[in-house]
Design a binder for this molecule. Structure first.
Ligand code: FVT
Length: 332
């Protein structure tokens, strides 16, 4: 669409910016609590809230506290919560068997949330890194991250999460073929209504640093994730991956990280028109929090502006550690 604009002074675009009421009338994108997915870190214990130093305001929560957080999220109008486990290093192995333990942290947390806050959607993460002694999202065999064997394990993990009651499965591992494999396993197991939000365009980014501290993966990770996550220089490839994941049965797609990749959000939205999400990752959160703590930025304003930018870029919603803080402001 080519916008039509009369020559000055017939057109004075400042007319519609003159008052708050006029600006509200012509605003193109809006942020609401409906747009938020809240990522939460789960740890062992009872009544524990352990702050993550590189993510001010974010804590690892014991399951009882996760249930409480879910109730709070529900009352704030946040539609979904996404679980990430901080796994005891003693449970990390080469075969990653804890990943499909029906009683692992994530699966227990799903059940606790379903009891405490049945109205909220529970999203889970599918990748082996929280359970892998090597810190990688797939199996490591002789220094290589092997694809097909990893997919078999990821399917087991996803099935255990669906059995525990997950509403949305979020494969973040970036192995090839995992969406189709998970989709057909879910169908066969009778989980035909469990949705898949595919981390379709997940980049090998340095913005994940604080997250790896939060889930205790920084120490475990040997090497980097460049052979499976995307090269930050690529854009056409992201569209191919989104198309592939949709063809394999993804219901929704994600671009990750968020702020440095808004161009990818826009391209994906325009090309496919499917429910599109972005993940405003830990490093993005940490940057804004650090600048605000120093008084260099207005924390609340940059938070809301950064979240609105995802909507403008075509996203339906955003995974953000700011979710409860943003929701409180949005609810006024
Ligand atoms: N699979 C989930 C992540 O890698 C999150 C990254 C972040 O928040 O930095």
């Amino acid at each position: 669409m080519k916008p039509t604009i009369a020559p000055f002074p017939a057109a004075r675009p400042r007319r519609t910016r003159r008052t708050a009421a006029l600006r509200a009338l012509v605003r193109e994108s809006r942020l609401s609590t409906d747009d938020l997915i809240w990522p939460v870190f789960v740890r062992d214990g009872e009544d524990v809230e352990q702050p993550v130093p590189s993510m001010p305001g974010v804590s690892r929560l014991s399951i009882d506290r996760v249930a409480k957080a879910a109730r709070e999220a529900e009352s704030l109008g946040i539609p979904a919560i996404c679980l990430f486990p901080y796994t005891d290093p003693a449970l990390k192995t080469e075969d990653c068997a804890e990943a499909w333990n029906p009683d692992n942290l994530t699966n227990r947390a799903i059940r606790a949330i379903k009891t405490a806050a049945p109205g909220i959607a529970v999203m889970t993460d599918v990748a082996l890194d929280p359970y892998n002694i090597n810190g990688h999202d797939g199996y490591v065999v002789e220094g290589e991250i092997v694809n097909d064997e990893s997919v078999t394990a990821l399917v087991r993990m996803a099935l255990a999460q669906a059995d525990a009651g997950a509403d949305i499965i979020g494969p973040s591992d970036m192995m090839d073929g995992r969406i189709g494999a998970i989709r057909s396993a879910l169908e066969s197991a009778g989980h035909k209504d469990v949705a898949i939000l595919s981390y379709a365009a997940k980049y090998a980014s340095a913005f994940y640093g604080p997250f790896r501290d939060a889930v205790g993966a920084s120490g475990a990770l040997k090497g980097d994730k460049n052979t499976y996550q995307m090269d930050p220089g690529n854009s056409d490839e992201a569209l191919r991956l989104v198309e592939r994941d949709l063809a394999e049965g993804a219901d929704m797609i994600m671009v990750k990280p968020g702020m440095p990749y808004l161009d990818i959000c826009r391209r994906a939205r325009d090309a496919f028109g499917v429910p599109t999400f972005a993940y405003q990752v830990s490093g993005e959160y940490a940057m804004l929090k650090a600048a605000a703590a120093n008084g260099w930025l207005d924390g609340e304003k940059v938070m809301l502006e950064s979240l609105l930018a995802f909507k403008r870029a075509g996203c339906d919603g955003v995974l953000t550690y700011f979710a409860p803080e943003a929701a409180r402001l949005l609810n006024g």
